[in-house]
Design a protein around this ligand. Structure first.
Ligand code: AP5
Ligand code: MG
Length: 214
């Protein structure tokens, strides 16, 4: 099962990814998470990516494609994978298709989660993430059992550097200009499904399971 999660920043890609990978037993590949891990470790890649991420701009295509395709070569991807936040431009999608074709593979499903801009802003500015395991919460919508503490692993929750009003608004703008054209790209490929992301976490997940099958 080779899957892509598409949707604007704050649509719930990471939240649904956690549930999808558990049910279908495939690895979660988030380019955003890979960059954040590199920033934390202070690597060269992290330094390069941070410049763009702090402004809510996209990291240059060549850099992202190399990182994503390298990750896809790993052994744990041989029976499927869930891409979250990649591809994000038509160029990245074409490079991904070329890479997969070279391995005799293709994308089976693209899950496009849609949420309106007002709701996205509320979600992004209210998001809190676990410093250690990356689990995602929301101060109002999905509060942790104990304020500021991760339900999953007990570590402190933090706010992402790009979850302020200004950067979040720019990320939505960048999504509309650079990533939204992918909807057309995958419509032509005939493998995209659209999901209303505003119907509650469990309902969104049930809609995904309906598409992918038990
Ligand atoms: P990335 O980390 O991918 O961020 P993003 O796309 O902006 O998406 P988010 O992680 O913000 O949102 P999400 O959809 O995962 O939502 P979540 O589940 O957390 O990328 C960050 C940056 O890295 C980019 O800006 C770019 O610079 C760079 N980058 C990454 N990939 C790249 C690429 N391919 N090319 C170039 N650059 C790249 O949920 C959000 C909030 O809503 C949470 O608080 C959650 O609890 C809540 N929530 C979730 N579901 C629901 C629900 N159903 N109802 C109510 N609340 C909900
Ligand atoms: Mg995410």
């Amino acid at each position: 099962m080779n899957l892509i999660l598409l949707g604007p920043p704050g649509a719930g890609k990471g939240t649904q990814a956690a549930k999808i990978i558990e049910k279908y037993n495939i690895p979660h590949i988030s380019t955003g998470d890979i960059f954040r891990a590199n920033i934390k470790e202070g690597t060269e890649l992290g330094k390069k990516a941070q410049e763009y991420m702090n402004k809510g701009e996209l990291v240059p295509d060549e850099l992202v494609v190399e990182i994503a395709t390298d990750r896809l070569k790993a052994d744990d991807c041989k029976d499927g994978f869930l891409l979250d936040g990649f591809p994000r431009t038509v160029f990245q999608a074409e490079k991904l298709d070329e890479f997969l074709a070279g391995q005799g593979k293709k994308i089976d499903h693209v899950l496009d989660i849609d949420v309106n801009k007002e709701e996205l802003m509320i979600r992004l500015t209210g998001r809190r993430v676990c410093k250690t395991c990356g689990a995602s919460f929301h101060v109002v919508n999905i509060p942790p059992k104990v304020e500021g503490i991760c339900d999953v692993c007990g570590a402190p929750l933090i706010q992402r550097a790009d979850d302020n009003e200004e950067t979040a608004a720019n990320r939505i703008e960048v999504y509309n200009n650079e990533t939204k054209p992918l909807i057309d790209y995958y419509e032509k490929a005939g493998n995209i499904s659209h999901i209303d992301g505003t119907i509650g976490l469990e309902n969104v997940f049930n809609a995904i399971v309906d598409i992918l099958g038990e």
